[in-house]
Design a protein. Structure first.
Length: 444
């Protein structure tokens, strides 16, 4: 298999089609298995969670809930330098998300009518932190902090247990640091079911956020409705747009930073310079040969990655907007000018020192991003994902007298007579009151 093959954009190579279609539809076999898991948890609660965890994770936790003492011990066990890194990253993320706060607002008209919007936090949110080949305390930071900024009252964290029967110690330590005290040793589709339906130990939540494997993604899809979800996350992806000023080693390293996530991850260089593509391709092969996650890299780079050579930089941005990537790096002479050509991307990294891992861990913007082309209509996870709004209408008698006939006409046009009647009754009552008041003034 050729790693990071070089293809010409104008040829509409099958490689680009494969990349665009790689998220695809849900596997019907997985979907059927997930339906069975969901129903088992719905019917049998904790007992099903324990059995499914033993079957899929090979361990039966001593208890589903992780105690606060265990969380504190995990935090105490990490070294001071890592604690400092965690604290600084969290501060950066919190500072960024504080700027996203929305407040309630009201408009008061001259005649006393008040219109407005109340912004209220969700009450209970479920956080999914994946396990498996890697563990993601960074995902916990990115999911929990905007929820806390929004004012969510309860955060309930689920994460698959390791051989110890507990989630990864760094996930537990991060939860303790963030003040998340509702933590459960359960993962997979069964964890999503527990959050959606509730069990004896895990309460039902209002919304579930966080990435996971195909079983988790399918479970989130199937429980949507009774509970909200953030999105259905697909495999990670990065597109690097580079011109002749780009450092090939930077490009190669950044492509690998996402390709190592998953065999279905996608890493793409788009450039009008074929020589740069050739140098990057060679550098990628060199780096992969000594990479710890070489087996994953070889699959993702061979199946879903490419160097796409365009006729011009303008055509390169046509490719970008077609792909609508999760991560987009602009390694070009004037990245700010190039930014104006970007319509669809989850997060954009400008210049040679804004490497994608800066966004994953430390800069502050959220790394939970739209994948699979959904950046055409979706956004990064934000404080907005953890609030809902209520419309407020306070009408006056005077305003209803003025607008009532128009409202009645509208309701009649829609053939909804009870709507019209609700207004007409009030208008009649106001006329009676007005007539009685006029008569009383005449008599006096």
């Amino acid at each position: 298999m050729e790693l990071l093959p070089i293809v010409a954009y104008g040829s509409r190579h099958e490689r680009l089609a494969a990349i665009l279609q790689r998220s695809g539809t849900f596997d019907p076999v997985i979907e059927q298995r997930v339906r069975e898991i969901l129903e088992a948890v719905r019917q049998r609660g904790d007992a099903a969670l324990e059995e499914l965890t033993e079957r899929f994770d090979g361990v039966r936790p001593p208890s589903l809930r992780v105690s606060e003492a265990e969380l504190e011990a995990a935090y105490a066990a990490i070294d001071p330098e890592l604690k400092a890194v965690l604290a600084e990253a969290a501060a950066n993320i919190r500072r960024f998300h504080e700027h996203q706060r929305r407040t309630s607002w009201f408009i008061e008209e001259d005649d006393g009518v008040v219109l407005g919007q109340r912004v209220l936090p969700l009450e209970r949110v479920g956080l999914y932190v994946p396990g498996g080949r890697a563990f993601y305390p960074s995902s916990l930071l990115m999911n929990a902090i905007p929820a806390q900024v929004a004012g969510v009252r309860e955060l309930h964290l689920v994460s698959p247990p390791t051989a110890s029967g507990r989630p990864h110690p760094l996930v537990l330590a991060t939860a303790y640091f963030l003040g998340v005290r509702h933590v459960y040793a359960v993962g997979g589709a069964q964890a999503i079911a527990a959050l959606a339906f509730g069990t004896e130990t895990i309460p039902r939540v209002d919304k579930i956020v966080g990435p996971g494997n195909a079983y988790v993604a399918t479970a989130k899809k199937l429980v949507y409705g009774p509970v909200a979800i953030d999105a259905i996350a697909g495999p990670s992806e990065i597109v690097v747009v580079a011109d002749d000023t780009a450092d090939p080693e930077f490009v190669a390293a950044d492509l690998l930073s996402q390709a190592e996530h998953d065999e279905r991850a996608s890493a793409i260089l788009v450039t009008p310079h074929r020589l740069l593509a050739e140098v990057v391709q060679a550098k990628v092969r060199e780096l992969v040969a000594r990479a710890p996650r070489r087996p994953i890299l070889e699959v993702s780079l061979a199946r879903y990655s490419a160097c796409i050579v365009t006729e011009s930089l303008e055509e390169a941005f046509a490719v970008v907007n077609e792909l609508a990537p999760e991560h987009l790096e602009l390694l070009v002479r004037d990245p700010w000018a190039a930014l104006t050509q970007v319509r669809h991307a989850g997060a954009v990294f400008l210049g040679p020192y804004a490497t994608e891992p800066v966004g994953d861990y430390f800069a502050g913007p959220n790394h939970v991003l739209p994948t699979g082309g959904t950046a055409r209509y979706a956004s990064a996870l934000s404080v907005d994902d953890f609030v809902r709004s209520q419309s407020i209408i306070a009408y006056t008698a005077r305003r209803l007298q003025q607008t009532g006939p128009q409202i009645i006409r509208f309701a009649e046009a829609e053939d909804l007579p009870a709507h019209a009647q609700a207004v007409a009754i009030r208008l009649a009552r106001l006329r009676e009151t007005s007539a009685a008041f006029s008569t009383s003034k005449t008599v006096s």
